[in-house]
Structure formats: structure tokens, C-alpha cells
Design a protein around this ligand. Structure first.
Ligand SMILES: [Zn+2]
Ligand SMILES: [Zn+2]
Length: 513
């Protein structure tokens, strides 16, 4: 239910000071919802609190909530974004929605950065919040109401007051040695080892890791512990790259990946989780992060060799996404995600000569799958071309996990993007039919296909029941850098700058520092 407008003028928030790129740092949420956190220090462990610092000896220490008040959150129903240059339009829009009786607010995500030479790069985004609720359920109910009226909505949490109270510190034998008031920060000259780091998004896995940044222990909205690492940008990237590309791949491919990752991180600082009080989580939701313990010499070297380099387009850092194998042609960003077209993320043929460009995976998907081009990523012998055979029963089981259509009779392929990836499919079953839109839902809908670039043939099985044969190209969304293609280009003698210009055709590789 819309709440009455609050009597506050709808002005754009004052811009916070820019991030100075040479000392950019990142806040990574390593885990949350923990009843306790075990920290192993190989050197002295310094516990900073507002009342001073306490030095604990090297060893194992356990931190657990003692008396705490949970953090307070509110849930926004967001509907629309404006660029930094559109402040006036944003303000007018918010005022208009308030006149309708909605408690509209303008929020800012993203950050402004500045080089030592004074150049500014603005990756902020204004979000219009049409309602603020104390619970997720209430926000979802309001969101549904707006969607019925034809408005696009998006729900996001904001932490409005941090958790308070104190933590009990115990030694390895479980004996309490101190009570420390929040906020609390741990530091040591050696990396700290910690349990319960969530590094799986698709699979729920949780492992121990070693971390070199300062560690903040916080209390979340659930009253449980949240661990946030404060770490310099380059050290963060060093813990990200080994999770993105095999560390034994050619150096120019690793360097291209390093510049892409740096640009993507800078483009999305304070983005997805900015309102929750940190930049990124440690899972594939943001990007997998393996910490100090997962660093590798060759990815470290790729970062050093490309220090200060980033991809820019239109005065902004490029959200330089990547995927494993494009299949011979990369895809436009708007065909995969709900977002406006990005000039840096245009799909294109993934090959040296323009000869392949005379073919079109969009117009002739059968020919594209069955007569593969000589693409840079052709060496991916598992996924450059792939096939999945499913009996009618197997396919029906996979589809009905998400869509109740009964026994699958046919799958109709809809429109395709430039890479041949399907924008939608229609599944017709014995009891109903469903249109599935967008790359990830299509892949998941058929039990987890490598990509949405496929054709389907219905054959007759030995038992007389149909078999559906999915023949496809590539693995992943296909937008931006093709990793197998970058490897192929590096092996063919291209340097990392040429690789980046190939995959981000509208962007420039610039040395900022
Ligand atoms: Zn995340
Ligand atoms: Zn490719």
C-alpha cells in the first residue's frame, strides 16, 4: 500500500568525494549469518575497537556475538535509473511520483573516481525508490502492485543502522578472554585464516581461506556475524583472477583478463551491495574471490604488467564482462540482460578475417552449428560445439521443475541475438505451454545447457518415444571477452591491448596511473 509522501524536498543527494584511484580499496563481504568466526593468526592479532586496541598472541581465536542489537534494514522498491548528468530530470521525476502520493526517494549507487592527474570518471547511477518497507515481504507486495500497473520493479536492501553490542573473544580451548565492543576490526602483519567463507553461488560451498586485508566483524540484520574484508583494489584483483581464468594460460590472455577485471570492478564499486554497506560478496553473484590464499604468481604478474590500465567508454569504466566460449560470435549485452545497449558490449565475429562475417548465426543457426567457422575459441573442444540428447521424459522432468506444462511435445525457437543465442523459446506440453525469455532462464529451463545458442531436432528413439537433440555453440552468455578466444588470440601472437579492442570494440584501453 503506498505510504503518504514525506514532506522532504526531492533533491539529488550531495555527491560523496571521489575515490582516488591510486589508493582505491574494496569492501568484500566474506560471509554472513555466522554464529561464530574462527580466526587463525600466525602473528600477533590486533583487535581495534572505539575504546582502543588489544593485542592477542598468534594462535586460534573465536569471536561470537555476546549482547547485540541486530542491524536495521529497510527494503526499497526501485523502478528507474538516471545517469549523473540527468540530476534535474531525476529530481523532477521524483517530485512527480510524490505528487501521486508515493514516498519516492532518490538513491545513488556506484562511485566517482579520480586519477592523480585530476581526471574524473563517473560510474554513479541514481535509482528512484518508490517505497521503503521494513520487511522484504511488504516490499514485494508493493512491487507486485506496481508491476500490475505496468511498472518495472527491482527490490534492494539498505542497511540503515549497523548492528551494535559486543563480541566475546575466546581462545582455542574455548575460554573467554575478552569482551570487545562493536565496531571491531582485526589486523595482523600476516594473512589471517578464517572459516566459513562463502565462495559458491551456484553450489553452496564454504571453505577456509586466507585474507591479507583488515577484517571487520559486524552484526547483521539477523543478529549474527558478518565478515567484511577491507582490501586494496590490486590485492583484491589478485584474489579474483585465479578464479576467472586458468593460471597457466598465455600471459597476454591473462593480462587482457586482468584489465577487464579491473575495469569491471571499478565500474561496479558500491553497485549491487552499496546500500548494504559493502561493495561485493565473495561469490559468483558479484564475482568469485579466493582471497590471499588463492593467489597465483602468473595472475599476480599479469596485474603488475597492466597496472593502471582500464577500459573506458563514454567517460565511464566499462563493465567488462566475459564468458568462457562465445561459439564464434559474441553477443550484444541487451540480448542477454535487461539493460540498455552498451556501446562497449557489442557482439561481433570472433575471428581474424572479416570473411566469417559474411555468415550469420542469427539468420542461419543450423549452418552455424553444423559447419563451425574458424573462430579464435575453436580450441575449446568441449564447448565450441556441443550436443545434449534428452528423452521426452528427461526433458519433461527438467522443464517441469520450473514450468508446469506436462509432457513436452515441441520446443519452438524464437528470435535470436547476433551470436545466434535465443532471446526466447516456447515449450508446448500436454497440459500447457510456456514462453521462456532471456539467456539464463532458457539454459536453466532445459536442465542447464552450456549456452542459449542451440538448435533442436526431434528424433524417434528406439522405444518409439521422441528424443530431443540440442546442438549448440559456446559456453556462457557470450557478451564481452571470450576467454577461449582470448587464449586463441594470445597463442596467435596478439597482445593484450589488441585482444581487448577485439572484444570491447567501442572501448579504449587507457593507462590512468
Ligand atoms: Zn554479490
Ligand atoms: Zn569466442
Amino acid at each position: 500500500v503506498p505510504r503518504p509522501a514525506t514532506p522532504v524536498t526531492a533533491t539529488a543527494p550531495a555527491p560523496p568525494p571521489p575515490v582516488i584511484l591510486s589508493d582505491a580499496a574494496v569492501q568484500v563481504q566474506l560471509c554472513a549469518g555466522q554464529r561464530s568466526v574462527r580466526v587463525v593468526a600466525t602473528d600477533s592479532l590486533v583487535v581495534h575497537t572505539e575504546s582502543g586496541e588489544r593485542v592477542l598472541a598468534a594462535g586460534t581465536w573465536l569471536f561470537a556475538p555476546a549482547q547485540v542489537t541486530p542491524a536495521r534494514q529497510r527494503w526499497h522498491v526501485l523502478t528507474k535509473t538516471f545517469q549523473p548528468g540527468e540530476g534535474t530530470a531525476a529530481t523532477e521525476y521524483v517530485a512527480g511520483r510524490r505528487a501521486e502520493g508515493l514516498s519516492a526517494e532518490l538513491l545513488t549507487t556506484g562511485k566517482r573516481s579520480q586519477t592523480t592527474a585530476g581526471r574524473q570518471i563517473d560510474n554513479r547511477l541514481y535509482w528512484v525508490s518508490l517505497g521503503q518497507y521494513p520487511s522484504l515481504n511488504a516490499a514485494q507486495a508493493f512491487g507486485k502492485q506496481l508491476e500490475k500497473a505496468g511498472e518495472w520493479t527491482f527490490i534492494r536492501a539498505e542497511t540503515v543502522a549497523p548492528g551494535q553490542g559486543s563480541l566475546t573473544v575466546s581462545d582455542a580451548a574455548g575460554k573467554a578472554v575478552a569482551q570487545c565492543p562493536l565496531p571491531l576490526r582485526l589486523e595482523s602483519v600476516q594473512p589471517l585464516e578464517m572459516d566459513g567463507v562463502e565462495n559458491g553461488f551456484w553450489q553452496n560451498r564454504s571453505t577456509a581461506g586466507r585474507f591479507s586485508g583488515a577484517i571487520d566483524l559486524r552484526i547483521g540484520a539477523d543478529g549474527l556475524l558478518e565478515v567484511v574484508e577491507q582490501i586494496a583494489l590490486e590485492n583484491y584483483l589478485a584474489g579474483v583472477l585465479p578464479a576467472e581464468m586458468p593460471v597457466d594460460w598465455p600471459m597476454e590472455a591473462l593480462q587482457a583478463q586482468a584489465v577487464a577485471a579491473r575495469s569491471e570492478v571499478l565500474a561496479s564499486l558500491a553497485g549491487k551491495h552499496g546500500l548494504e554497506g559493502f561493495d561485493f560478496c565473495a561469490t559468483e553473484h558479484c564475482r568469485a574471490y579466493v582471497g590471499h590464499g588463492g593467489r597465483a604468481p602468473r595472475t599476480d604478474a599479469a596485474l603488475v604488467a597492466t597496472a593502471g590500465q582500464a577500459l573506458l567508454c563514454g567517460g565511464k569504466f566499462v563493465p567488462a564482462v566475459f564468458s568462457a566460449t562465445c561459439g564464434g560470435w559474441t553477443e550484444h549485452n541487451e540480448n542477454v540482460w535487461s539493460a540498455p545497449p552498451d556501446a562497449a558490449l557489442r557482439g561481433r565475429p570472433d575471428m581474424a578475417s572479416a570473411s566469417g562475417a559474411s555468415r550469420s548465426p542469427m539468420a542461419d543457426p543450423e549452418g552455424w552449428v553444423q559447419r563451425p567457422p574458424e573462430a579464435f575459441c575453436a580450441a575449446d573442444d568441449r564447448y565450441f560445439r556441443w550436443e545434449r540428447r534428452m528423452t521426452q521424459r528427461e526433458l519433461s522432468e527438467a522443464v517441469n521443475k520450473r514450468y508446469s506444462v506436462g509432457t513436452v511435445q515441441t520446443v519452438e525457437c524464437g528470435e535470436r541475438g547476433v551470436s545466434g543465442r535465443l532471446k526466447w523459446v516456447r515449450v508446448v506440453g500436454s497440459t500447457g505451454s510456456e514462453r521462456i525469455s532471456k539467456e539464463l532462464p532458457i539454459r536453466f529451463g532445459f536442465g542447464g545447457l552450456p549456452s542459449a545458442m542451440f538448435i533442436i531436432q526431434k528424433q524417434m528413439g528406439k522405444d518409439g518415444a521422441p528424443v530431443f537433440v540440442f546442438s549448440g555453440a559456446g559456453r556462457g552468455h557470450g557478451v564481452g571477452l571470450c576467454q577461449y578466444g582470448a587464449r586463441g588470440m594470445a597463442l596467435a601472437g596478439y597482445d593484450h591491448t589488441a585482444i581487448l579492442h577485439h572484444y570491447y570494440p567501442g572501448a579504449e584501453v587507457e593507462t590512468l596511473e
